[in-house]
Design a protein around this ligand. Structure first.
Ligand SMILES: NC(=O)C1=CN([C@@H]2O[C@H](COP(=O)(O)OP(=O)(O)OC[C@H]3O[C@@H](n4cnc5c(N)ncnc54)[C@H](O)[C@@H]3O)[C@@H](O)[C@H]2O)C=CC1
Ligand SMILES: O=C(O)CCC(=O)C(=O)O
Length: 444
């Protein structure tokens, strides 16, 4: 058994019942195997991979709050500070009933390499709660956020750990969290990103993950001699990432046929109407069943099904493991040329292997959705220098970062004899910088 396999076995044994974390570690270790083999003696002596797979700190805390009926509710809060070798911990907060420590660890682990790929000085972390903002009043969401921050504040700071949004955490939640941090700490600092524009947020952060995904996809297709313009796409999700991915896709001449939420999905033969989607999801916080009112020609279906719609490009933008082997077979049978991940780990390991084996260009989440966190780092820079850049300035920097990522992961894959394997390229390129920083900083 090689070093990589030994490390994976230890991770599984030490972290039982955390399948998503195991999956993320396995995917990473498998693809960096050639690097680990080349440096085995050094890595073994320094327990480099073992240290990398063990979070620097894991925090779990109680979040009590009072609902609108006067009933006390209790949720679990988490922050996993995974790796600070190249910068302060950075990564979102997820509020969703499915959240548990294994999910936060998978997200925090992937964040290390994603953040490294941006080329900016940010380490990896992630947090969240099993709280479900859906169906809660604004007052209930505020009560929860204030209680969450009343514990979290002692662990974070502008130079220590800078959380942001993720599933279930958008502008409203970030506002409540920021207000409570400022009140407790009596400090006005860039402790969170994704803030509103009136209190230190960056222009283009809202759009950044979706726009970045499309800049990435455009460049990835370009290096494969394919023009994105004129293509069709299927998108899953109807949240922050999906909405702005669809908007940018349309600006680039791509017709997007679908979107979905946790109960159903929409097929719009004329292309998804972004303004309608924004009103339904961002303004009214309603279900996609509403979409037909805006677009009578569209279809709404219960359950899942976007991957069965024939299109050139597939962009999973909802959640982990939403694209499985059966879906991958359908995509291949439909002649899909590229799958680029807007969500984190949306494609199962089996589906990823199948897509790669069948020649589908695969853009892994760590690289493809790094535009969100990259723009968060740009928000941190603006907060530090107490300036705000224009939308055009931020958007241009975002675009350049995504283009650089494509070329870096392509070169890293080639260097290790894995030409065209962008998942390997992303893991290797992201890992190399973190590895160097960890070795330079001694045994910590
Ligand atoms: N917001 C950001 O800047 C970034 C988000 N991501 C990832 O993108 C994905 C989507 O996040 P956001 O758009 O920010 O969240 P969001 O809360 O704005 O939207 C999530 C969307 O996914 C759908 N969804 C959630 N769970 C689902 C399930 N079990 N089945 C089907 N649909 C489901 C929701 O209905 C919603 O439409 C997540 O994987 C997140 O980790 C990745 C990078 C940055
Ligand atoms: O903007 C950030 O700090 C976090 C974004 C995020 O959670 C992610 O990249 O998955």
């Amino acid at each position: 058994m090689g070093y990589v396999d030994e490390v994976y076995e230890k991770v599984v044994a030490k972290n039982p019942a955390q399948p998503e974390f195991h999956q993320a570690v396995k995917e990473f270790l498998e693809t960096i195997r050639p690097v680990a083999e080349r440096n085995e003696e050094l890595y073994r002596k320094n327990a480099l991979l073992e240290r990398l797979c063990e979070p620097e700190r894991q925090i779990r805390f109680r979040v009590p709050w009072v609902d609108d009926n006067g009933q006390v509710q209790v949720n679990a809060g988490y922050r996993v500070q995974f790796n600070s070798a190249i910068g302060p911990y950075k990564g979102g907060l997820r509020f969703h009933p499915s959240v548990n420590i294994g999910i936060i660890k998978f997200l925090g682990f992937e964040q290390i390499f994603k953040n490294s790929l941006t080329g900016l000085p940010i380490g990896g972390g992630k947090g969240g709660s099993d709280f479900d903002p859906k169906g809660k009043s604004d007052r209930e969401v505020m009560a929860f956020c204030q209680s969450f921050m009343t514990e979290l504040y002692r662990h974070i700071g502008a130079d220590t750990d800078v959380p942001a949004g993720d599933i279930g955490v958008g502008g409203r939640e970030i506002g409540f969290l920021f207000g409570q941090y400022k009140r407790i700490r009596d400090s006005y600092e860039g402790v969170l990103t994704g803030k509103g524009l009136s209190y230190g947020g960056s222009l283009a952060r809202t759009e950044a993950t979706g726009y970045g995904l499309l800049y990435f996809t455009q460049e990835l297709l370009k290096i494969n001699n394919i023009d994105i313009s004129g293509k069709t796409a299927v998108v899953s999700g109807a949240g922050n990432v999906a909405i702005y991915a669809i908007q940018k896709a349309q600006q680039l001449g791509v017709k997007v046929l679908t979107c979905s939420d946790s109960t159903g999905w929409v097929y719009d033969p004329d292309g998804i109407d972004v303004a309608a989607l924004q009103e339904i999801k961002e303004v009214n916080r309603a279900r996609l069943t509403e979409y037909k009112k805006y677009r009578p020609n569209s279809e709404y279906h219960e359950g899942r099904g976007v991957w069965a719609v024939k299109a050139d490009i597939a962009l999973p933008c909802a959640t982990q493991n939403e694209l499985n082997l059966e879906d991958a077979k359908t995509l291949v049978a439909n002649g899909t040329i590229a799958v680029c991940e807007g969500a984190n780990m949306p494609t199962t390991l089996e589906a990823t292997d199948y897509l790669k084996q069948h020649g589908v260009i695969f853009g892994p989440a760590k690289a493809a959705n790094a535009g969100g966190v990259a723009t968060s780092a740009l928000e941190m820079s603006q907060n530090s220098e107490r300036l705000s850049w224009t939308f055009e300035e931020v958007d241009a920097k975002l675009k350049q970062i995504m283009i650089n990522i494509v070329h870096n992961i392509d070169s890293a894959a080639k260097e290790y004899g894995k030409d065209g394997d962008y998942a390997a390229g992303a893991n290797i390129a992201g890992f190399k910088k973190v590895e160097q920083a960890m070795l330079a900083q001694g045994i910590v």
